[in-house]
Design a protein around this ligand. Sequence first.
Ligand code: HEM
Length: 492
Amino acid sequence: MGSLSTSTPPFEVLTDARPDDNSLPAFLVSTTRGFLPRADPIVTLPKEFDPLESILQRMPVKTLSGEPGLLAHGKLGDEVDSSFPDLTDHMDLYKDNLPLMNALYRDYSFLASAYLLEPCHLRFLKGESYGLGRQTLPKNIARPIARCAEITGFMPFMEYAGSYALYNYRLEDPSKGLEYDNIRLIRAFEHGLDPTSSEAGFVLVHIDMVRNSGPLVAATVRCLEEASKASSGPASIEQRKSFNEGLSEIVTSMKKINAVMETMWGKSRPRDYTSFRTFIFGITAQSMFPNGVIYEGLYDNKPMSFRGESGANDSMVPLMDNFLQMPMPDTPLTAILNDFREYRPSNHKTFLQYVKGRSQELDLKNYALGYKGEPESEEHKELLRQSRSLWIQILNEVRDFRWRHWCFAREYILKQTSHPTATGGSPIVTWLPNQLEAVLAEMVDVHDRTKGQHQNGLGKVAEEIMEAALRQRDTLRKEVDKFCAERGVARG
Ligand code: HEM
């Protein structure tokens, strides 16, 4: 384990993910597995949970055997209400096995979302609007999900990392490891147990991206360490070189992650998305649950509200935002972004807070961009130009991610449905552009403040990036204006 000493509380990034240690939470950030769980998710539940396993296997619209399941016939609710047992008390037997608790959390959250949203799915199939979901989660689901969520530190509702995406894969052939063609979903709502389906592709591409997050974590930590060494006095040539190497490793990692993201188009078809996504909506800001959801017998029977499953709860882009000190506008849309930061494994949260705190404490942006003081020599100046170019290249990768994301939202959602809110509860037209515009503005600001200090600007790579980014900003604005006008939505 590497430990970084700081006045921001120190954070341990694992260099050995300790996959066999069941006393540790399933999710701890490491340089080897990045934001993936420390070990591949637990698939098989202890025998006490056979009824849970059984209902989940029979639940998907298309089961593993290819036969239609309970959700295909709208029979899940009846089955839960008539015969599904409350297994909460069995959990205590296993409560010290945290990865197993995570597996139970995953499984109960699948059951909870399917139960609550089944009526909406049936209406969707008939071409109607979603109408209302079930407004009460019965105690045979509410009690156990609340219990394992408490133990694992998740919300008692489906989350991206702990459940739907990052804790929901198995290796078809363990000897082949984490290759895309070798990963399968453990749980699914619609056709996802078929690895060629759009539901499987949607989830598996997320996993395939996060599989590449170890080097991103390592490079970010390296940059913080290098900046820390330099913060005690004027940076030496060696320190600046090493810092630039770290920045360059971040660019390389992000390029890889973005390249995997691009494979989404071929793995998951835009026209299929709205069909399986019915089950991943949340409660917050959704017309299906106007007054929240009651967890029977819990929380004083007061209605609860949680955001739905969303990639917005992935940690890679937030890591970059915090590292880069990305300025976000003070808007209600940014408040949603901040709220999303709560829906993730506790250790991811602490790491993101650590990076944010440490970046500010080290005055990282000023150091990287040389905003304070003149370079001491021509060699320093050239190295500083490289830092500035690399910083813009990292911003450009974050832009690339968010731009592709806007394209996903346009093709998979805006062109397919008029439902105004995304699964996480953000407004579908304006939310993603809020952050994308912020990245573009930051690129322009950094470029404007630094390019004049070098004879040929920041160099060919950065100058070409800036030209393309400015063109993209015009396109984005036109597209957002068009969708706002069509849907009668304010620009935000
Ligand atoms: C077909 C593919 C995808 C669609 C339709 C999609 C849809 C969305 C939507 C609508 C949001 C808005 C938040 C909300 O749910 O309320 C969002 C946010 C987000 N998603 Fe995705 N997503 C897709 C793929 C991915 C992938 C592969 C990742 C990789 C980790 C990802 C990561 C994110 C992130 C980081 C955000 C927050 C964006 C920001 O901070 O600006 N998404 N997604």
